[in-house]
Design a protein around this ligand. Structure first.
Ligand SMILES: C[S@@+](CC[C@H](N)C(=O)[O-])C[C@H]1O[C@@H](n2cnc3c(N)ncnc32)[C@H](O)[C@@H]1O
Length: 264
């Protein structure tokens, strides 16, 4: 990330925390051991990313149980089963795949509808979550799903061929990106879409229930529909559509905004 170090040397500090995740944009720079970051903003951002990684490292089992209790995998499955824009041979990315509930639901929907896929690339910040996902992929003998550790604020660390996607899905991850880096994260995901590609976002709503169940319990940010519209527009998305989980899983609509967005 040396390219991102166009900084006034008076305003940079060296970090000694090898566990720090990597963040890169105009203000957030390489944060692994021995590298440099701008003083303002970056340390708070680093703290938030490190906190998310620690949370999902220590709470993998709790997260799996939480998702099970709310039938999240089934709800994603029902959503994808009714998604009329899925078509054969898509190149797909999952941003923040965690233990893979959303990706596995998508694979099942594509397979059972006879659509298949060209490839699915999935990344996440937390190795403990990815390890669970990889176990499931192995157990289910699912091929052509590639899994990597990465921070959404440093997608340059991904393999060069991880681009030109027809569909990028991101579920319950972008609420962990520091608020002031949200547009940066959206923009960098958008840049990996093909022209005509689609971004499908599941993200925590602002309401009293999510204040307790998501913000307090799972330390996530929450967004209003207006905040999402303006962030997506600022990130270069033009057509933005709000969707819903099917009625059978109505409670998921209390948790999440489901948003489809298309690059300008
Ligand atoms: C609530 S889980 C969602 C997992 C999965 N998408 C699902 O719906 O079950 C949030 C995930 O976001 C990941 N995450 C948090 N911050 C991230 C970041 N900056 N970059 C990539 N992944 C991140 C966490 O490691 C965790 O696995």
């Amino acid at each position: 990330m040396l390219a991102s170090l166009e900084l006034d040397s008076a305003r940079i500090v060296s970090l000694d925390d090898p566990s720090a995740a990597t963040i890169s944009d105009d203000r957030y720079c390489e944060m692994s051991k021995g590298s440099f970051v701008p003083v303002q903003g970056a340390s708070k951002a680093r703290d938030e990313v490190v906190a998310a990684k620690e949370l999902y490292t220590s709470k993998v089992d709790a997260y799996v149980s939480f998702n099970r209790a709310f039938l999240s995998a089934k709800a994603y499955g029902a959503y994808f089963a009714s998604d009329r824009d899925l078509r054969p041979g898509l190149r797909i990315m999952n941003a923040g795949c965690g233990t893979g509930d959303d990706t596995l639901a998508l694979v099942r929907a594509l397979t059972s509808r006879g659509l298949g896929y060209q490839r699915i690339d999935a990344f996440d910040l937390t190795p403990a979550m990815l390890a669970r996902f990889q176990e499931s992929l192995n157990a289910l003998r699912i091929a052509n799903v590639h899994v990597r550790e990465a921070n959404v604020l440093n997608l340059e660390s991904l393999p060069d061929e991880w681009t030109n996607y027809d569909l990028i899905v991101s579920a319950a991850m972008l609420e962990y990106v520091p608020r002031d880096a949200f547009v940066t994260a959206l923009r960098s995901l958008r840049s990996r879409l093909e022209p005509g590609g689609r971004f499908l976002l599941f993200i925590t709503r602002r309401n009293l229930i999510t204040a307790v169940l998501i913000e307090k319990l799972w330390k996530a940010n929450r967004y209003s529909a207006e905040e999402l519209r303006s962030a997506l527009a600022a990130a270069g998305f033009s057509r933005i559509r709000f969707r819903k989980f099917p009625l059978t899983y109505f409670w998921q609509n209390t948790w999440a905004h489901v948003v489809e967005a298309f690059p300008s």
